[in-house]
Design a binder for this molecule. Structure first.
Ligand SMILES: [Zn+2]
Length: 507
């Protein structure tokens, strides 16, 4: 086996016999009934209703849906045990912003068990192994063949890259940078500690990492520039990001228009909205390669007390990407205002999981339903659009016309989804497989995952991965994290005090 895990034999030609096949013609998805997909090595050769040429092996996917692997444009790696504490609760002074709740330590302490935003010498090898293995196994298991990691530090990205190499997923990796960190000061008050010199070192490390990782593992690992948040970076860092991204043609992932405190802070400092500020720095000129997470708290949002806003229009005019993470934001009582309006403006709406579970069916369904409700329009956010967001739009945000679609010349990143519901009646009768997927599908319906022409999961099993062990490792890591919550919580709360159990527990 060479670096990308592929054998060294000659070209190998595989035919997948559907079932429904989501093909692609002139950039748009089409549905082939009883279709076939043929790929040779890492590239798709043919998609259609039949194929007469020679094949070396046939995979039977009759009665199933054969689709392009999903592209998750907003991943924060790890088992996300800390996020189990923010369901239904949150500090009023954080205005619903999730990450403050579980990454802001009391001054002089650090968040226990979360390696993402601390330096490498504070992180054990074992924590990183559990953290990265869980991430990539969950993504693959759920049919996500390409992911974008949103800003963990370089040593975490290195560990992710190793897991990516071993398990065979495709990933955009870039270490996060900014100029400081958030801490809980006196009375638990949120404070920003600015460290320009430290920020400059992080920036250099991140750029070196992105350049180094780009193209490794047979091209499955690609570089990404990740200024963690528009309000957390220096203007110099943001300007340099715009310049380097244009020079390297590398995508940029940045949190912007995502937090009440961020929105208000940028307006007070610059008299511009976060989106206008990005435009003034040249970042919107990157077009789809600028991945704005989450881009929902914009000037025009019905709950934003701001006059004369035109953020959606600006993002749309530049065809920028927004990684919309509907499950995460709806858990915080937030919403995109609205799906239909963003699409109409020309925004490249993508889908990200961000939180748990990393389930694109759940993301598509939530995006669709909230799109209809907030638009007060039953035809808004249809299944076709949310499916495009999970595939084609994600590819566009990466500057890739060979991902997110099944057609000749595209990468062989293919998933097979069982639409039977196995021993359940969940699917009922299936007429339109895409609508069925969006309405009743769950990630567990993914049966087979192929990345770069290599079968990485067959019959829901990933070779070399013991799912029970991955789960129990994560459970242990979570229990450790929860047990030590009061060690660093800015308000000295235990996990149970911060996040009371749903009902009184009787032991
Ligand atoms: Zn995020």
């Amino acid at each position: 086996m060479n670096e990308d895990g592929r054998g060294l034999g000659g070209p190998m030609r595989t035919l997948i016999r559907g079932g429904w096949v989501v093909g692609n013609e002139a950039g748009s998805h089409v549905l082939f009934r009883d279709g076939v997909v043929v790929f040779e090595d890492d590239t798709i050769l043919h998609v259609g209703t039949r194929f007469e040429g020679r094949v070396d092996r046939t995979l039977d996917a009759r009665g199933r849906l054969v689709a392009p692997g999903f592209i998750d444009t907003h991943v924060h790696c790890g088992h996300l045990a800390a996020l189990r504490l923010i369901g239904d609760v949150g500090r009023p002074d954080y205005f619903g912003q999730p990450f403050f709740e579980f990454t802001t330590p009391r001054r002089g302490t650090r968040a226990v068990g979360d390696p993402r935003y601390v330096s490498s010498d504070e992180t054990s090898h074992e924590i990183l192994r559990v953290w990265t293995e869980f991430t990539i196994v969950e993504l693959l298991r759920n049919g996500i063949t390409t992911f974008v990691e949103f800003g963990a530090r370089a040593h975490v990205q290195q560990a992710l890259a190793q897991a990516l190499g071993r398990l065979g997923i495709r990933g955009y990796l870039g270490a996060g940078y900014n100029v400081g960190r958030w801490v809980g000061g006196e009375n638990g008050r949120l404070e920003r500690v600015v460290d320009e010199a430290g920020g400059a070192a992080l920036f250099d490390e991140a750029i070196a990492f992105a350049k180094d990782i780009d193209g490794r593992y047979g091209g499955r690992a690609r570089g990404l520039l990740c200024p963690t948040g528009v309000e957390m970076c220096s203007t110099t860092q943001l300007l340099e990001t715009a310049r380097l991204a244009a020079e390297l043609r590398m995508p940029v992932a940045i949190h912007a228009a995502y937090s009440v405190l961020e929105f208000m802070g940028i307006v007070r400092e610059t008299r511009m909205t976060p989106i206008e500020f990005l435009q003034s720095l040249g970042l919107l000129d990157l077009g789809p390669l600028l991945n704005i997470g989450h881009g929902n708290l914009v000037a025009e949002h019905r709950r934003m007390p701001y006059s004369g806003g035109r953020d959606i229009e600006l993002m749309g005019a530049h065809r920028c990407s927004v990684s919309h993470c509907p499950v995460n934001i709806s858990r915080r009582g937030r919403f995109l205002d609205t799906w239909g309006r963003y699409r109409k403006a020309g925004v490249n709406l993508c889908l990200g999981s961000d939180t748990y579970p990393r389930d694109m069916m759940m993301q598509m369904r939530t995006a669709s339903y909230f799109g209809k409700v907030l638009g007060a329009d039953l035809s808004s956010a249809p299944a076709a659009e949310v499916f495009e967001a999970a595939t084609l739009s994600g590819a566009r945000s990466l500057g890739r016309d060979d991902l997110g679609r099944l057609c000749a010349g595209a990468k062989a990143d293919i998933i097979v989804i069982d639409l039977s519901g196995r021993d359940t009646l969940r699917y009922g009768p299936v007429r339109d497989p895409i609508k069925s997927l969006v309405d009743v599908g769950i990630a567990d319906d993914v049966e087979t995952v192929i990345v770069d022409g290599v079968v990485r999961m067959a019959d829901r099993r990933i070779p070399g991965v013991d799912i029970d062990r991955v789960r129990s490792d994560a459970q242990l890591a979570g229990e450790h994290m929860w047990r030590h919550w009061a060690d660093w919580d800015p308000l000295f709360r235990t996990a149970d005090e911060m996040s009371p159990m749903s009902f009184r527990v009787v032991d």
